[in-house]
Design a protein around this ligand. Structure first.
Ligand code: F6R
Length: 262
């Protein structure tokens, strides 16, 4: 794992967008895992700009989102399918047939989870996975005590996650679905490269625990320490609780891999 600290929220999101754009340019048939949430909104806005202003084409990529709520009414604008369509997919040249999210209204949710794993495998696995981190330290909806080897499954949301996500439901926690389909921690760890983006003071404590604390099922993001190619990108405010900041800053300033992004 490596940690990159950028001065502002915009610079941190900009670095993630630049890394995604470079990966798509290098491999136009990239298989990308996407996340939703407030943190990612800026990344999608920047990728849309890259498409419009610099002609970045997403026509050949295949995408798999991390998660989807279960049981929202058909056509609801609160689904993650709707989030991705509104903020990203409808603005770019992606082939809708190549965009995958779990179906939270499937008649047989367990069968849907198994089929989602099969679809990822059939696509050759995920080349690049984007992640945010929740207040409980989740990646996807892998709530506390998620097995570190878990696969795509239905998960009950923790009270803290329901509270965190209530904003998208008019601030009413009672409107937030209680369950979601999520890729498992094991599914996420199978990705070839992982980028986790965390910004803002609210994320400082959980980022420090996930990155510098012990690997524990209580904080599913801590399992990323087991991944051989995971980059955690934070802004200054999310970095304040990290103890090895000096080292992380040295890496970005000196390692050849980061020269192109300075
Ligand atoms: C969303 C997801 C979640 C979010 C996390 C952070 O698809 O999987 O893990 O990335 O809850 O959400 P925000 O960015 O809203 O703080």
């Amino acid at each position: 794992m490596e940690v990159i600290i950028r001065p502002t929220t915009d610079a941190a999101a900009g670095l993630v967008a630049a890394l995604v754009a470079a990966s798509v340019r290098e491999n136009p048939r990239l298989v990308v895992g996407f996340a939703t949430g407030r943190t990612m909104e800026r990344v999608y806005a920047l990728l849309v700009r890259e498409h419009r202003e610099h002609g970045l084409s997403f026509a050949g990529i295949t995408t798999f989102n991390l998660d989807e709520y279960t049981g929202l009414p058909a056509g609801s604008t609160d689904t993650y399918r709707s989030y991705m369509h509104e903020r990203f997919f409808r603005h770019i040249d992606i082939n809708p047939a190549n965009t995958h999210l779990p179906d939270g209204n499937a008649a047989d949710l367990d069968a849907e989870c198994a089929a989602y794993e099969e679809r990822i495998a059939a696509a050759g696995g995920i080349d690049l996975q984007l992640l945010g981190i929740g207040a409980v330290g989740h990646i996807g909806f892998n709530e506390p005590l998620s097995a570190l080897r878990s696969r795509t499954r239905v998960k009950a949301l923790s009270p803290k996650t329901i509270e965190q996500n209530a904003g998208a439901f008019g601030g009413d926690p009672n409107k937030v679905p209680r369950r979601a389909i999520t890729m498992g921690v094991g599914t996420i760890l199978d990705s070839r490269r992982i980028l986790l983006l965390a910004t803002g003071t609210d994320k400082a404590e959980i980022i420090a625990r996930a990155v510098e604390g012990p690997v524990t099922g209580m904080i599913s993001a801590s399992a990323l320490q087991l991944h051989s190619r995971c980059t955690v990108i934070v802004d200054e405010t999310a970095a304040v609780r990290l103890t090895e900041q000096e080292y992380y800053r040295w890496i970005f300033d000196n390692e050849p891999e980061w020269k192109a992004y300075q």
